[in-house]
Design a protein around this ligand. Structure first.
Ligand code: GLU
Ligand code: ZN
Length: 276
């Protein structure tokens, strides 16, 4: 069974970029007689606004999409815990008590995803009284698994190279999992065969491919679609002034017509699409 998903985080209203992402995943599922899932990614408890989830469902319905909703991340904490326990048992995670400022000061190298953690806490006894994240020992993990390949529908076979993320955080100080760990486990649990999302998450797929290998999860295909950009060429963002789908919906705009226009890449003025 061909399965795609749309996995929004309830920390802001959805905008046109989300609509494009959801439509892309929905259309892929439909043209392959598959299923399209909605999963609420509310692992980030402090930033989550539960009242937005119903707005998301209204938005998707307004766009003319149909979906099966799977359990939200906040109901899956046990599965994150058991994955973490297994990684700890194999010596693949370590505690890190560094503050953001300490990491910034110590960092010499930057990856494409920002400053790389310099490994300060690796192999040390950290103070158990301090709040800590758990980081993946990337060198050890890569040595354990050898060369991995993943498949992007547009770019073909890709050699897995998560080094841009360094010793990536898998357990946050206040949450039982980071986005990377939670999304990877959830996609496997939900039977997602084609992970569909924006090109801004392309680099993250390297990390997810590695986690799948370490946790013995099925390997999906990936489809990274082009992003919608604002007049400054920046991707649309919840925090900037991109009109939300809820605003358009409440203003009486026709969501199905908007969906058709997005499919034809006829974009509203001031919005363009990233070139491939
Ligand atoms: N929850 C993520 C977001 O809202 C998307 C996750 C994904 O597609 O893997 O940006
Ligand atoms: Zn540290």
């Amino acid at each position: 069974m061909f399965v795609t998903r749309f996995a929004p985080s309830p920390n802001g209203h959805l905008h046109l970029g989300h609509a494009y992402s959801a439509i892309t995943a929905f259309d892929l599922a439909r043209s392959n007689n598959g299923r399209f899932l909605l999963r609420i990614e509310d692992i980030d408890g402090a930033r989550s606004r539960p009242e937005l989830c119903d707005e998301f469902r209204k938005d998707l319905d307004w766009l003319g999409l149909e979906w099966d909703e799977v359990p939200a991340q906040s109901t899956r904490l046990d599965s994150y815990d058991s994955a973490v326990t297994s990684l700890i048992r194999r010596g693949l995670l370590y505690r890190c008590t560094c503050t953001r400022a300490q990491i910034g000061a110590a960092t010499l190298l930057g990856g494409s995803e920002g400053p790389l953690y310099p490994g300060t806490c690796k192999g040390t006894e950290t103070d158990p009284a301090l709040p800590a994240v758990m980081r993946l020992d990337l060198d050890k993990a890569m040595t354990n698994v050898g060369e991995l390949i993943w498949t992007d529908e547009e770019h073909g076979a890709i050699v897995c190279d998560p080094r841009d993320f360094g010793d990536v955080v898998l357990v946050r100080k206040d949450e039982p999992a980071s986005y990377h760990l939670a999304a990877t486990l959830d996609d496997a649990a939900d039977g997602v065969t084609h992970v569909t999302r924006g090109s801004d998450l392309f680099a993250a797929s390297h990390v997810h491919r590695l986690l799948q290998e370490l946790l013995d999860l099925p390997i999906p295909h990936w489809h990274h679609h082009a992003l919608l950009l604002d007049t400054d060429g920046r991707k649309l963002a919840k925090r900037r002034n991109s009109a939300s789908l809820a605003d358009l919906r409440n203003a009486g705009e026709d969501g199905r017509l908007l969906a058709e226009q997005l499919r034809l890449r006829r974009l509203p003025s001031g919005i363009s699409m990233e070139s491939a």
